[in-house]
Ligand binder design. Structure first.
Ligand code: ADP
Ligand code: MG
Length: 334
């Protein structure tokens, strides 16, 4: 009996502290049209169940919000030609999109599907013809979208695309899912759009590296943060090069010119506590460029931005300062 008692005591002394050490769980899968990496720290959990749940949530929303996947909700709306009943979550996405359209005076434009499909980066070898671009622009614009809580009606052949905001919305859902499962120290990285919560190894804030858009340095800079989303929109990942002129065309379009935005910016990194805000604003600020982008950002709350311009110079919003340490550039948020 004494021996049993002793071994129980010994088991508790050794095993209990071990079970209190948070474990590192990580998984990378292809989802949301990109590589999604999830890392979290927790005491023992059934991580297979957690990852299964997370990736099924990602998949559900990707289907729902994609304008290209047939039979998704957005696809249905785009091909309807009449009034369509709105699902609550599509309404939320639409409401946010409309807000950022207005805030950025159309730099973030969710009505550009016709133009976006014309600029089919995977198959084009040269710029589309200007007549086709003009035609696509005629069939875009917020004035051709009528919606309320229950219904949406698209007029004049306008079609919607949420590629610049859906990932932010889905990151919010993934974060909510993790928290519902009792996990609070995590990072979800969806192709460079990163949501952070709690502490890395439950000890310190997360260190995030910002890519060098020119591919020359290992990283352009570093930032330490938590309970925030950090999103980068750039011209260096999705593009094609015109074989005859050598001109490069990327995937963030100007709803004014109909061409890929040329604002002198190579990448813009945005930080916000709201992932939807971070995603929408990164795209909008890329279109707007550093000067007018910074004017907007410095006048509103909960958005910080780091612009890396094509000439290599860096401009940041007022709340971010730069510090060089050991040859590395660090961004510090006040
Ligand atoms: P990524 O998808 O590479 O993370 P973004 O968040 O900037 O980058 O989204 C770019 C996508 O958004 C494009 O592929 C296209 O579907 C759509 N898009 C392009 N230009 C605009 C724009 N001016 N406003 C809103 N959406 C846009
Ligand atoms: Mg975006």
């Amino acid at each position: 009996m004494r021996r049993v008692f002793l071994s129980v005591v010994l088991f508790c002394v050794i095993a209990l502290p071990l079970s209190c050490v948070p474990r590192n769980y990580s998984r990378t899968e292809f989802a949301l049209g990109t590589v999604v990496q999830v890392t979290f720290f927790a005491n023992r959990v059934d991580s297979d169940e957690v990852f299964k749940k997370l990736f099924s949530v990602a998949d559900k929303y990707e289907r729902m919000f994609s304008s290209k996947r047939s039979f998704g909700e957005i696809y249905k709306i785009n091909s309807s030609g009449g009034s369509v009943k709105l699902d609550g979550e599509i309404y939320e996405l639409l409401r946010h999109s409309d807000y950022y359209y207005k805030l950025t005076k159309g730099a973030f434009d969710y009505t550009l599907y016709n133009l976006i499909s014309l600029w089919d980066l995977e198959h084009l070898k040269a710029s589309p013809l200007s007549g086709a671009i003009d035609e696509a622009l005629v069939h875009s614009g917020r004035d051709k979208v009528k919606f309320d809580k229950s219904f949406i009606r698209l007029t004049d052949g306008v079609k919607l695309d949420f590629g610049a905001i859906a990932k932010g919305f889905i990151l919010q859902k993934l974060s909510d899912t993790l928290k519902d499962l009792g996990i609070h120290d995590f990072m979800v990285n969806a192709g460079g759009d990163v949501i952070l919560s709690g502490l890395y190894q439950r000890k310190r804030e997360w260190n995030i590296a910002i890519k060098d858009p020119f591919g020359e340095k290992e990283f352009a800079g570093y930032i330490t943060l938590t309970d925030a989303t950090i999103v980068t929109s750039g011209d260096y990942e999705r593009y094609f090069v015109d074989e005859t002129t050598g001109k490069r065309y990327h995937h963030i379009l100007s709803g004014e010119s109909g061409y890929p935005a040329e604002s002198g910016v190579s990448s813009v990194t945005v930080i916000s506590s709201d992932p939807v805000r971070a995603d929408a604003m990164a795209t909008a600020l890329f279109v707007m460029g550093a000067d007018s982008g910074l004017k907007l950002v410095n006048g509103i709350t909960d958005v910080d931005a780091i612009f890396i311009k094509q000439d290599g110079s860096i401009a940041t919003s007022a709340r971010i300062s730069q510090e060089s340490r050991g040859g590395r550039l660090f961004f510090i948020r006040k």
